[in-house]
Design a protein around this ligand. Structure first.
Ligand code: DX5
Ligand code: ZN
Length: 215
């Protein structure tokens, strides 16, 4: 069964406390928190003060996805805000090995996200140092986009890299995950499913989380 990581980007920000309470009661293990800077991606979401508040509202894992340039400048700040997992983008990290080492030195799990146009193979040299690969199944920047079907092949390729290296890296899928593709993603090798719109726009979000969990 996959880990379910609902993305709060799709929540009603005026009622974030209620959204946290709902997730706390649900089978979701992780909170996925999307930070956008208007530079790495063409959108701006939320940052440190919001994550600090969410941290106080849950004991579940805070999985912070940084869609920002120069993420290495903010590692300590996100640790202080309450991140358990800190994911940086491969495309934003010219010194990836050192950035991963810094994240781990702060006591967080280190994640690396790859855009739809980035091959899984680029991560092979780093794979043993990566706790989580976030495979973007939409172009990052917005919730509610259509799932890119070539993601399945990328998951299979990535799984092969992880297995050959004897690594224990988790594979997370981010973007357009829904009740129709969740089972196929898990079968292809996904360990963690992020879902924003699918969870928060569902008539019954707790039931939707439970059903994704069964995939
Ligand atoms: C997109 C974000 C995603 C987004 C997913 O840039 O990284 O986490 O919130 O939203 P849905 O599930 O609506 O595609
Ligand atoms: Zn995300």
């Amino acid at each position: 069964m996959p880990i379910i990581a609902p993305s709060l980007l799709a929540a009603n920000f005026l009622e974030l406390g209620n959204a946290c309470n709902m997730l706390n009661e649900s089978e979701a293990e992780w909170f996925h928190l999307d930070v956008m800077d208007g530079s790495f991606v063409p959108n701006i979401s939320f940052g440190l003060p919001i994550i600090e508040q969410i941290r106080k509202a849950t004991t579940k894992v805070c999985d912070v996805h940084l869609m920002i340039v120069s993420p290495e400048k903010y590692i300590t700040a996100f640790k202080k805000a309450g991140a358990d997992i800190l994911t940086v983008h491969f495309e934003a990290c010219p010194e990836l090995a050192s950035t991963l080492a810094q994240i781990k030195a702060e006591g967080m799990k280190a994640g690396v996200a790859i855009n739809p146009n980035t091959d899984a193979e680029v991560l092979a040299p780093f794979i043993k140092e990566i706790d989580l690969v976030c495979v973007m199944s939409v172009y990052p920047g917005f919730g509610g986009q259509k799932f890119i079907e070539t993601t399945y092949e990328k998951v299979v390729a990535l799984k092969d890299i992880i297995t050959k290296a004897g690594a224990s890296t988790l594979i997370e899928i981010d973007g357009g995950v829904d009740a129709n593709n969740a089972a196929a993603l898990t079968k292809a090798g996904a360990d963690v499913l992020v879902a924003g719109t699918t969870v928060f726009k569902a008539a019954d979000p707790i039931a939707m989380i439970a059903s994704l969990k069964q995939s």
